[in-house]
Design a protein around this ligand. Structure first.
Ligand code: ZN
Length: 57
């Protein structure tokens, strides 16, 4: 199973993990390092760090 972490701001896949022996793809919404850095500079974005599962298989 592949797990892709997709940045919800720039849409880049910023992390990729694989679980052997399991079929399927999971996409996780998150924030990549560069966007996170920018958001930290802007503050007031506390809720976006949770990450959200948007798509399963
Ligand atoms: Zn990003």
């Amino acid at each position: 199973m592949k797990i892709y972490s997709v940045c919800e701001y720039c849409q880049n896949v910023f992390a990729e993990n694989e679980i052997e022996g399991v079929e399927g793809i999971i996409e996780l919404k998150g924030v990549c390092n560069s966007c996170e850095q920018e958001l930290r500079d802007c503050e007031s974005f506390g809720s976006i760090y949770k990450g959200e599962q948007v798509n399963e298989f």
